[in-house]
Design a protein around this ligand. Structure first.
Ligand code: SAM
Length: 178
């Protein structure tokens, strides 16, 4: 039985993956998690950061991040991002990229060998493209046990249940290989 974790779920998590032993939904926004949880009573709700989850090492089969790595203000918020931008655009990038890198490090800890993180981008895929292109550099490290995210067609994505909902998305997959 597989364990699924949807990170940065916002108000619209899912679909629930049939056959999962646990399908966690995670967001720092408590109200969003509550709203997303109402979509399916089988979700297990977690309010907190995807960069630090109280789940064991090597325990998760699939992590889904939808419009998370493409969020240009992730973890900062739009209002504060505007203030930071007026002072230093590079500082905003640094803060947001650090947040995304910490989430990837936590994903690397949580995934089982062969487990996958699926990055789905519907809103601003160009932001995710840029982040992914920079992965592996000194400033944006890629955890050594994760493969470089690869752009895939939805037909290559499992669980297939994601495919119908995310047909309009750009999707990358990275696997844990050590
Ligand atoms: C652009 S929204 C995407 C929401 C949803 N996945 C969607 O596609 O509609 C990004 C979400 O990530 C959440 N978020 C930001 N930083 C986070 C973190 N460190 N851990 C978990 N969620 C986070 C925000 O609260 C927000 O709900």
């Amino acid at each position: 039985m597989s364990v699924v974790v949807e990170i940065g779920c916002g108000k619209t998590a899912g679909p629930y993956i049939e056959g999962a032993s646990h399908h966690y939904i995670v967001d720092t926004d408590e109200e969003a998690v509550k709203r997303a949880g109402e979509r399916d009573p089988r979700f297990t709700q977690i309010v907190g950061t995807a960069a630090c989850l109280e789940l064991p090492d090597d325990s998760v089969d699939t992590i889904l991040a939808r419009n998370v790595f493409g969020d240009p203000t992730l973890g900062v918020g739009a209002a504060r991002a505007m203030e930071i931008l007026s002072v230093s655009p590079t500082l905003l990038d640094e803060l947001v990229n650090r947040q995304k890198t910490m989430i990837l490090e936590e994903a690397a800890r949580l995934l089982v060998f062969g487990g996958k993180i699926i990055v789905v981008e519907q809103s601003t895929p160009e932001v995710a493209t840029e982040f992914i292109a920079g992965l592996g550099s000194e400033t944006v490290p890629l955890p050594s046990c994760l493969t470089q995210p690869k752009l895939v067609g939805l037909a290559e994505v499992t669980p297939m249940q994601y495919a119908s909902r995310y047909a309009d998305a750009q999707t990358w997959v990275s696997a844990k290989i050590a």
